[in-house]
Design a protein around this ligand. Structure first.
Ligand code: GLP
Length: 252
């Protein structure tokens, strides 16, 4: 895995966006895996800036990692709404080029199976953008998720529910369940770019990069991925042993 440390969260976004734009130059109908949360927002902003300078996203298809169970798609807190607001609208990605797990499906198991089929029909993810939870989760794969897991209904951990409580009026309003791509599903992306910034991510980043590959830290699967890059600000990189002082370094 490559680890790149840049000046700050905005620079994280610019660097990750540059990697997406590189991929897009080689494949205008890139299948871009998109993460929600605060971390990739600077990346989406940088991509929107590229669009203003003329980059065409009209053939790009976007696949989301996860969705809450029981939040209507039109609710601004749903990940459907996040993908439309932060990604599809600013980049000009067509509505029929979006694939997000259906957290309101009456049969979640069937919804997860059809999500996997649709993703397969699109040829899989070319570049996957990822964030990381404080507990090392990716998508909503909480610690304990099997490294070969597939898209499924899952429970959110108390850490994750507490972290996401800022988006809801009361802590008890945070959904308890989600649909999420599995770690095994995410690992099939041909290229993965994980972005993280801030001191609250430092321990999870160190565990993912330098700890054992283990279900206890789902993001540690990146160590086995043939084309994975972490783009970090100095605070998120702070607990890496032999922390790079230059802008870029190879972790393994
Ligand atoms: C959420 C999302 C993840 C995201 C993570 C970190 O729970 N399901 O995909 O990476 O939390 O969020 P943030 O970037 O806001 O810290």
């Amino acid at each position: 895995m490559d680890v790149v440390v840049v000046a700050d969260a905005e620079a994280v976004g610019r660097r990750a966006a540059a990697m997406v734009l590189d991929g897009l130059r080689g494949d205008p109908s890139l299948v871009l895996g998109v993460a929600t949360g605060s971390s990739p927002v600077s990346t989406y902003r940088a991509l929107a800036e590229a669009r203003r300078r003329g980059t065409d996203f009209s053939q790009v298809r976007c696949v989301a990692l996860d969705e809450y169970v029981g939040i209507p798609e039109a609710d601004p807190r749903s990940y459907h709404a996040f993908v439309r607001r932060e990604i599809a609208e600013p980049l000009g990605v067509r509505a029929d080029h979006l694939l997000v797990p259906d957290g309101n499906a009456p049969d979640p198991e069937a919804a997860c199976a059809s999500f996997e089929v649709a993703l397969h029909d699109w040829g899989g993810v070319g570049i996957q953008l990822l964030g990381i939870g404080r507990n090392g989760h990716v998508g909503f794969n909480e610690p304990g998720s099997a490294l070969d897991s597939r898209t499924r209904r899952s429970a959110l951990s108390e850490t994750t529910r507490a972290d996401n409580a800022r988006f809801f009026p009361r802590p008890e309003d945070v959904p308890a369940y989600c649909l999420t791509q599995g770690v095994g599903t995410i690992a099939e992306a041909r290229s993965i770019v994980l972005v993280a910034s801030g001191p609250h991510k430092a321990a999870a980043v160190a565990a993912a990069v330098q700890g054992p590959v283990t279900e206890a830290c789902p993001a540690s699967f990146l160590q086995r991925h043939p084309d994975a890059t972490m783009v970090l600000d100095p605070e998120a990189a702070a607990e890496l042993a032999g922390q790079p002082t230059s802008e870029s370094s190879r972790a393994r």
